[in-house]
Each structure stands twice: as C-alpha cells, then as structure tokens.
Design a protein around this ligand. Structure first.
Ligand code: CP3
Length: 342
C-alpha cells in the first residue's frame, strides 16, 4: 500500500510529499456527474456501493495519496433528528432551525450503527477496495460549523442567528455544542473502528468568529473531541477555513495535523504554529484555473515553504470548485509528486 500520507501524518520520512484534495470526489469529474445523473445527492451518500464508487474515482483518475469517505458533514445532523434537504440552487436546507432550548432537547445522540449504517458499510467496502492502494480518511464537521447550519437553517452570510444565540442565550448554545460534541466523538470513533485510518474535522465557519469568542466558546469543545479521539490512535487533522486570525488558538486544539486555507502564506502559518507542526494545505482552489506552468510555480512555492515544517501534506486551501478543469488538477498532483520533499 502507498502509505506516504500516513507517514507524513506521523512526521516520518517520506519519498515525496503526499497530496489529496478536499472535495476530491465531486462535480468537476465527469465520472461523478455520470453517477449523480441517476441519483440525488443524499441517496448517493446513503448507498454504500455508489458512495464507495465515487470515493475511488479521484484515487484512480488523479493518483492522489489518500481517499476520503464520500458523505457530507450534515449527515449526522439528519440522524440527530433534523430534516435535511439539498437544493441544487441553495445548497443544504434544514427546516425548523434550532433557536431555543426545547429544540435542542428534541435532538438525539445518534448511534452510527443504527442511525447511519451506510457510513459503516461504505467504509468496510472501501477498506477492501483500497487494500493495495491508499489509506482512507473519515471525517466530521466540527461542532461550531455544524451548529451554524442547525441554527441558521442552511448556509449564511453573517451568522446573525448563531451569534445572537452565543451572546444572548449562551446556555442554549453550550447545550447544543455539548450534544454535538458527544455525537461527533461517537461518530468519529465508529468510523475509525470500521476502518478509517485518519480523520479530518472540518471547521468551515470558525474563521467568522472574533478570536476571543473562538477561544472561549468553541475551542474547548474541539479540544475535548480531539483528546477523546486520541485513544483511537489514528492521525487527527483539524481544518479551519479562514484560520489566519485564530491560528495560535487552533494550535491548542491538540490535533496532530493542522489544515490551513490559502489566505495565509504557508510560511507565516508555520512560523505561528512552530516548526514541529505537521501542516496540510494550502493552494487557492481558484489557482487551478491558471495555465499549467503557473500552477506548477505555485505548487513549487508551497512545497518549498512547507519544507520548514516537520511534515507537509499538500492540499487545496478549501474544496475544489465544480468548474475546475480535470487536466489542471492532474497537472497539480503530478507537480506535487515531482517537486515534493525527498
Ligand atoms: O471531500 C470529499 O471529497 C468528501 C466528500 C465531502 C462532501 N462534502 C461532498 C459534497 C465532504 C468532506 C464534504 C464536507 C462539507 N459539506 C463541508 C465542509 C467542507 C467545506 O467544503 O467547507 C460543508 C460546509 C458541507 C456542506 C455542504 N455540502 C454544502 C454547503 C453543499 C452545497 C454546496 C455545493 O458545493 O453544492 C454540499 C453539497 C456537497 N457535498 C456536494 C458534494 C460532492 C455537491 C453535491 C452534488 O453532487 O450536487
């Protein structure tokens, strides 16, 4: 098996810098679109044979060094008892958003085996299929990011309902964060027990917070999740989008690997996190629309700067965009493998 990704996660010597991409299975791939033409997104997530198939597509097509389970961060929210829909225009919609204590009361702590059996089944299929290929990454949304979807009822611009709950009804907010934390710990441990060889926690919206609020109201829950998951002894990646302003706090999460977005120079991020860090990132997803020579230049720059950290896993700074030309993605992966650390 190609274990370069896991070696880099542990800070060991590698033959080359490993690379995978957030949202590597998705609409930019014609092969994904072909599967999606026959099923809606949620059905795809819940059909193990199909979810496994689209998980494997980027491994075979791009030659990336890790697979990431095909699912969505909102799946456990549905299992907690909220109604989830995906609209092609607006993205996710959670009807009856959480605004008070009684709606948090009604949320259950789901049992993965019972309430999300397709997750376990997909992981088991994938471990068999990936045996001689690459490791499998499991994932979850972070409690704050999941809370924003539950409170706003979908994607938001300024997260007013979320912040109002944090500032005016902090007891309800804490109660929700606590339920989410328990859910995420059990969800990720079950993924690991089923076969996930590393896990990533996505904190897409934490960068919307003032540093002091992140530190006081959000970080303690992330720390708890990570310290509980350490027992499972697989690498834990914590990705925070728009992380620059809170990087010093993010470091305290205890994660083995810190994933960063592209708005910060990776050299500055390493300086802030310290040279012992294992870092993941951070090409701007839009840079994949540049001519190939320019993509190569940007890849080289990130790789060169990444050398100063104890370990570097190449990735985009956020999810790949649906309009991205596949040949440019292939050129990026090739450049990472060609110029990465030896
Ligand atoms: O990375 C991977 O390849 C694994 C699969 C994966 C998806 N979503 C598939 C997906 C992962 C890890 C996610 C995480 C996710 N989902 C996040 C955190 C990371 C991030 O991007 O910030 C968030 C915030 C979501 C919520 C979500 N899912 C939104 C807002 C949307 C709609 C926007 C969009 O791109 O359509 C989704 C849908 C979604 N999740 C798609 C995919 C492939 C597109 C669905 C389709 O086929 O139409």
């Amino acid at each position: 098996m190609n274990d370069t990704f896991l070696r880099a996660c542990r800070g060991e010597e590698v033959q080359y810098t490993p690379v995978w991409l957030m949202r590597q299975a998705g609409r930019y791939l014609p092969e994904y679109q072909a599967v999606r033409a026959n099923v809606d997104f949620l059905t795809l997530c819940k059909t193990p044979g199909l979810a496994a198939e689209v998980t494997l597509q980027p491994v075979d097509i791009l030659g990336v060094d890790a697979a990431i389970l095909f699912s969505d961060i909102l799946i456990p929210i549905e299992a907690m008892g909220m109604r989830l829909e995906f609209s092609d225009k607006e993205g996710p919609i959670l009807s009856e958003p959480i605004r008070n204590k009684s709606s948090v009361d009604r949320l259950i702590i789901p049992d993965t085996e019972e309430d999300m059996p397709f997750i376990i089944e997909t992981i088991k299929i994938l471990r068999k299929e990936l045996e001689n290929k690459v490791p499998l990454i499991g994932f979850s949304g972070a409690p704050f990011t999941l809370a924003t979807y539950m409170i706003e009822g979908g994607t938001s611009k300024n997260f007013l309902h979320t912040k109002k709950m944090m500032f005016q009804h902090s007891g309800v907010f804490d109660y929700l964060m606590d339920k989410l934390t328990t859910t995420i710990i059990s969800y990720l441990s079950d993924q690991i027990k089923a076969g996930a060889q590393a896990v990533q926690i996505f904190d897409t919206w934490a960068g919307m917070l003032a540093p002091a609020d992140y530190k006081e109201l959000v970080l303690p829950y992330v720390k708890k999740i990570i310290s509980e998951l350490k027992k499972e002894e697989v690498p834990i990646i914590y990705f925070v989008n728009d992380c620059a302003g809170i990087l010093k706090e993010v470091k305290k999460s205890g994660a083995d690997i810190i994933g960063i977005d592209w708005r910060i120079d990776i050299a500055d991020a390493i300086k802030k996190l310290g040279k012992k860090v294992i870092i993941q990132g951070n090409l701007d997803p839009s840079a994949l629309f540049l001519p190939k020579e320019k993509i190569e230049e940007r890849v080289k720059d990130i790789l060169w700067k990444g050398e100063t950290a104890k370990g570097h896993i190449f990735n985009l700074g956020h999810g790949i965009l649906p309009q991205t030309p596949v040949e440019n993605v292939m050129a990026m992966v090739e450049a990472v493998h060609k110029y990465g650390r030896k």
